[in-house]
Design a protein around this ligand. Sequence first.
Ligand code: OAD
Length: 224
Amino acid sequence: MKHLVFLTGAGMSAESGISTFRDSNGLWEQYDVMEVASIEGWYRNPDLIQKFYNERRAQLNEVEPNEGHKMIASLEKSFKVTVVTQNVDDLHERAGSTQVIHLHGELTKACNESKTKVYEIGTKAIHPEDKAEDGSRLRPFIVWFGEAVPLIEKAAEVVSEADVVVIIGTSMQVYPAAGLIHYAKKDAPVYLIDPNPVDDSSFRVEIIKKKAGEGMAILLEKLI
Ligand code: OAD
């Protein structure tokens, strides 16, 4: 069975109504990324960070997987499919994908400060006084800037085994995720679905200049 690997970013969930980060009106125009998404920000102002992620988590109750998520999940009928996502939402899983690697963590989980203990919290808020079993503050299970990306090696291995790689909705600006494409086999086709220009100068790629849903429909015709 051919192995398809999808590398997805914020644009994957855009048609579900979740904001991207770097587009105009994106989250990083409204918030200072180093205040709400870095380990230094957590030490400086944990309440602001909790508020930011509590809002993102609550938003999961209002959004649904889009056609793009669903088409990726449907491919499991004919292929081995692994999704490596930078997204912290659960829309790939809710669409039915069974093999999802969340490089940057998951909104529906919390953890202790050393990240050794992880708790399922669904869409519930974390309150400033909430503590983990070890007495440390409960925090969102998110990989912030300045933190290690523990799943990157597993993701690199998966990409290196892929027969086809499909990149969807990521500006490829955040490392180490952006470097994963360099692990693809020399003869593995690489597709990139994005309605906007992406800097693809460092890797060979067939561009499908469409939003995730429409782009996936085109890709499906090529694959099946
Ligand atoms: P970005 O906001 O940097 O990039 C989003 C990409 O999605 C852009 O290339 C858009 O053109 C594209 N896009 C917009 N609408 C789309 C649609 N409907 N269909 C397909 N593509 C669309 O988001 P990421 O690359 O995911 O990390 O950002 C990477 C990381 O930076 C995030 O995981 C987050 C952020 O800081 C942390 O917070 C740690």
